[in-house]
Write a protein that binds this ligand. Structure first.
Ligand code: NAD
Ligand code: MG
Length: 339
C-alpha cells in the first residue's frame, strides 16, 4: 500500500490518449480533463461513442492519430479487441518513451500483446465500475486503484502510473501497488468463482430448489435474489461482523450450521481448479479461441441465463418496485453517429 501523496504533476505537460469511451474510458477521460490534464479520445469514426465524447467536450480522433501525439496511451477498449488495436493503431504510432496503460493486465500477462521495448507499460485499475469512478470524483472523493509496472523504459513508469491514478481521483482514496500477474489472476478468479459466476449460480440453484419444491417463484425470487442486496450492502459497509449484527439469531444459527453444508471443502477444491486454469493459461486460451470463433458458446450460455424463469418473474416484480424505475444504465450509448 502506498500513501496518497501522488499528484498529477508528472503528467502536467503530457498529452494523454484515451482509447475507448465505455465504462472506464469515459470516466477516466472526464476525470483526467477535470484534473487539468490534456486528453484526446481515440475512437473508430462513426462508432457509437464518437458523438458522446465529442458532446462531452473532447478532441476526438481515430485511434492511430490519437496515439501519434500522445505521451501516455490508455487502452480502455474491451480486452478482446486490444491485441488488434495494438497491432493496427498503437505499435507503429506510439512515441519512444511514451507509456502504454491498461486497466486490466490480461493481454500483457497472457502474452496477447508484446509491447515495443522502448515504451513504459503500466496498469491502473480502479476497484469499481466507471460510473462510480466518475461519481466519486465529482463529489471530491475517489475510488481506490491498483497500479503496476510491467516495463520501465524511461525509469519513470511507476511515477506515471501513480500520476494517472491521481488524475482519475484514485489517490484521494488509496493506491495499492501490485503486478500484472497478481491483478490479472485475482481479477479473473474473483469474477469467475465468487462475483459473477459463483453468485449467479448460488442464486439460480437456490431459486430452482425452492420452485421445484413447489414454492411460488415470486416468493423464491424475493428470498434468493432480491434480498441478496441487503446482505451484500452490509458486507460492503462493515464485513461479516456488520451483517451478523443485522440479521436475527435464527438466521445466524442457520448460517453457521447450514452455510458450510452448501459451500464446503469440495467447493473450495473446485475453486482451486478454477484458479489453476487461470494460472496456467487454460482459461485465457479457451476464451481467446471462443472470441475468435465468433462467440458461439458465449451467446448460447448468455441466452440460457436470460431465458431462465428467475428472469421472467424478476422482470415482473421489479416493474412493481417504483424506486427501481429511475435506475437505468448510467452510461447509455451515444444517440447518433459522428457528424
Ligand atoms: P466497455 O465495453 O464499457 O467500453 C469499450 C469502449 O471501447 C467503447 O467505447 C467501444 O466503443 C470502444 N471500442 C470497442 N472496440 C473498439 C475498437 N476496435 N477501437 C476503438 N474503440 C473500440 O469496456 P470497459 O468495461 O470500460 O473495459 C475497458 C477496460 O477496462 C478493459 O481492459 C477492462 O478489463 C477494464 N476494466 C473494466 C472495469 C469495469 O468495471 N467495466 C473495471 C476495471 C477494469
Ligand atoms: Mg474486477
Amino acid at each position: 500500500m502506498t500513501d496518497t501523496q501522488a499528484t498529477t504533476a508528472p503528467l502536467a505537460r503530457a498529452r494523454i490518449a484515451v482509447l475507448g469511451y465505455g465504462s472506464q474510458g469515459r470516466a477516466h477521460a472526464l476525470n483526467l480533463k477535470d484534473s487539468g490534464l490534456d486528453v484526446v479520445v481515440g475512437l473508430r469514426p462513426g462508432g457509437p461513442s464518437w458523438n458522446r465524447a465529442y458532446v462531452d467536450g473532447f478532441a476526438v480522433a481515430e485511434p492511430g492519430e490519437a496515439v501519434r501525439g500522445a505521451d501516455l496511451v490508455a487502452v480502455l477498449t474491451p480486452d478482446m479487441v486490444q491485441p488488434d488495436l495494438y497491432r493496427h493503431a498503437i505499435e507503429a504510432n506510439i512515441k519512444p518513451g511514451a507509456a502504454l496503460l491498461f486497466a486490466h493486465g490480461f493481454n500483457i500477462h497472457f502474452g496477447q500483446i508484446k509491447p515495443r521495448a522502448d515504451i513504459d507499460v503500466i496498469l491502473v485499475a480502479p476497484k469499481g465500475p466507471g460510473a462510480l469512478v466518475r461519481r466519486e470524483y465529482e463529489i471530491g472523493r475517489g475510488v481506490p486503484c491498483l497500479f503496476a509496472v510491467h516495463q520501465d523504459a524511461t525509469g519513470k513508469a511507476a511515477e506515471k502510473a501513480q500520476s494517472y491514478a491521481a488524475g482519475i481521483g484514485g489517490a484521494r482514496a488509496m493506491l495499492i501497488e501490485t503486478d500484472f500477474k497478481e491483478e490479472t489472476e485475482t481479477d479473473l478468479f474473483g469474477e469467475q468463482a465468487v462475483l459473477c459466476g459463483g453468485a449467479t449460480e448460488l442464486v439460480i440453484k437456490g431459486f430452482e430448489t425452492l420452485t421445484e419444491a413447489g414454492y411460488r417463484p415470486e416468493i423464491a425470487y424475493y428470498e434468493v435474489m432480491h434480498e441478496l442486496k441487503l446482505i451484500v450492502d452490509l458486507f460492503y459497509e462493515g464485513g461479516i461482523k456488520r451483517m451478523l449484527e443485522f440479521v436475527s439469531e435464527t438466521a445466524q444459527y442457520g448460517d453457521y450450521t447450514r452455510g458450510p453444508r452448501v459451500i464446503d471443502a469440495s467447493t473450495k477444491e473446485r475453486m482451486k481448479e478454477v484458479l489453476k486454469d487461470i494460472q496456467d493459461g487454460t482459461f485465457a486460451r479457451e476464451w481467446t479461441a471462443e472470441y475468435q470463433a465468433g462467440l458461439p458458446n458465449y451467446k448460447r450460455f448468455k441466452q440460457a441465463d436470460l431465458d431462465h424463469p428467475i428472469e421472467k418473474v424478476g422482470a415482473a416484480l421489479r416493474a412493481r418496485m417504483p424506486w427501481l424505475q429511475g435506475s437505468k444504465d448510467p452510461t447509455p450509448a451515444a444517440p447518433a453517429p459522428a457528424p
